[in-house]
Design a protein around this ligand. Structure first.
Ligand code: GDP
Ligand code: MG
Length: 401
């Protein structure tokens, strides 16, 4: 995806004459890539129209950096689309905050409500969990297990079949016991059906939640808009959490969920574990969506693996653009330990995970070790850009084999 967008921008950069047609072609290519990343067709069309209005053909023709102009415009448009123009309710200390989770079965509600509770527990809240999913066998056991691991009190029943009753009982009990973050997990069913939405409506009436969070699996693709809209029509969704961002999905469905619920994304789920949960940040999210890399994520990784005492010097060199091959070499052992190479690559601006074909990671890792040997024979003047160009070329060659 990132590759496709880069290519489209490159082609436009190379064009001698930039006219309406060249711009349209470039935007069409970017649009196709965004559609593949699960951004809704209609939204892609709107974005394209907006960009055509914003971008001035004369600016493009006048030898300015064309790629930068378009890239920036696309980037800004996508950021705007993720901003519903209002913030979400956030739990406040000193009162019981009631939060209800909704979403289809398998979207990650049960996992995410524990992550959410755990997140606020670390901030000094006293959370409690209620399992109002009486539809799926084992739902209560799953919540119980998660809650126990996080040392969070829970409420549910193996025998009661009325979710409204459980929700009410749990709410009363936890209010009485002075819990200040009372979270109710609901059922999801397999598909969007009338009975599910009626149940959500009833639980919501009984709980009167301060916030209803719509949980969305990032891999549901183009279905995101209809799904989010259906929930919004039965309960007053006020925030979105996108799960499974650690998988292959680019998360373009988040834009649909924001549009359909007119609510912001507040967190993303990045794994099955309790702490694989991050506050949502628009810019890094859009960077990854476009395959443009995520410098801040890359920096975080560096913070994780580079010894503390080396960090100030390294970060200064990075920001000055003085990140030489020598420094790269010195850091390489660390970088190899950052995790899957494709993940690291996708965080570097200009590179995308696709550059590192799946199943070739080991091979590529071996290659990089070979590059280190090559680097040994280079002078101190080599720079990181050159180095990555070599890796890039090599991976492209791998692809062609
Ligand atoms: P629910 O039916 O909506 O309650 O969904 P669950 O919480 O039971 O989650 C369904 C599956 O998705 C489980 O196997 C979870 O471990 C998994 N899951 C949830 N969130 C994430 C995530 O952010 N990343 C990954 N990789 N898996 C997740
Ligand atoms: Mg569940």
């Amino acid at each position: 995806l990132g590759g496709r967008i880069s290519r489209a921008l490159q082609q436009m950069s190379n064009a001698t004459v930039i006219d309406e047609k060249v711009l349209t072609e470039c935007l069409n290519e970017i649009s196709r890539a965004l559609f593949q990343a699960d951004v809704q067709f209609k939204m892609v069309q709107n974005m394209q129209a907006n960009i055509k209005k914003i971008v001035n053909l004369e600016d493009l023709a006048a030898g300015h950096n064309k790629r930068r102009i378009i890239q920036q415009a696309v980037f800004n448009e996508l950021c705007n689309m993720l901003d519903p123009g209002k913030t979400s309710y956030t739990p406040k200390k000193g009162k019981p905050n009631i939060i209800m989770f909704v979403g289809l079965q398998g979207s990650g509600k049960t996992t995410t409500c524990t992550k959410y509770a755990y997140h606020y527990q670390k901030k000094g809240f006293k959370p409690a969990l209620i399992c109002a999913d009486t539809f799926r066998a084992g739902a209560f056991d799953q919540l119980k297990q998660n809650a126990t691991k996080a040392k969070i009190p829970f409420y549910g029943s193996y025998t009661e079949t009325d979710p409204v009753k459980i929700a009410q009982e749990g709410l009363e009990r936890f209010k009485r016991e002075n819990y200040d973050l009372i979270i109710v997990d609901t059922s999801g069913r397999h598909k969007q059906e009338t009975a599910l939405f009626e149940e959500m409506r009833q639980v919501s009436v009984a709980m009167n939640p301060d916030l209803v969070i719509f949980v969305m699996d990032s891999s549901i693709g183009q279905a995101a808009f209809d799904q989010a809209q259906a929930f919004k029509q039965s309960v007053s969704v006020g925030a979105v959490i996108v799960t499974k961002m650690d998988g292959h999905a680019k998360g373009g469905g988040a834009l649909s969920a924001v549009a359909a619920t007119k609510s912001p994304v507040i967190f993303i789920g990045t794994g099955e574990h309790m702490d694989e949960f991050e506050a949502f940040e628009t810019k890094p999210f859009v960077s990854r969506l476009l395959g443009m890399g995520d410098w801040s994520g890359f920096m975080d990784k560096i913070h994780e693996v580079v010894p503390m005492e080396q960090q100030p010097e390294l970060l200064q060199k990075l920001t000055e653009g003085n990140f030489t091959l020598r420094i790269m070499y010195e850091q390489f052992q660390n970088i190899l330990s950052m995790g899957p190479l494709s993940q690291v690559m996708s965080m570097i601006p200009g590179f995308s995970a696709e550059l590192m074909p799946k199943g070739r990671e080991k091979e590529s890792q071996t290659k990089i070790k070979k590059f280190m040997t090559m680097m040994d024979s280079m002078t101190n003047d080599g720079n990181m850009y050159l180095f990555f160009t070599i890796i890039h070329a090599d991976i492209v060659c791998l692809e062609m084999l």
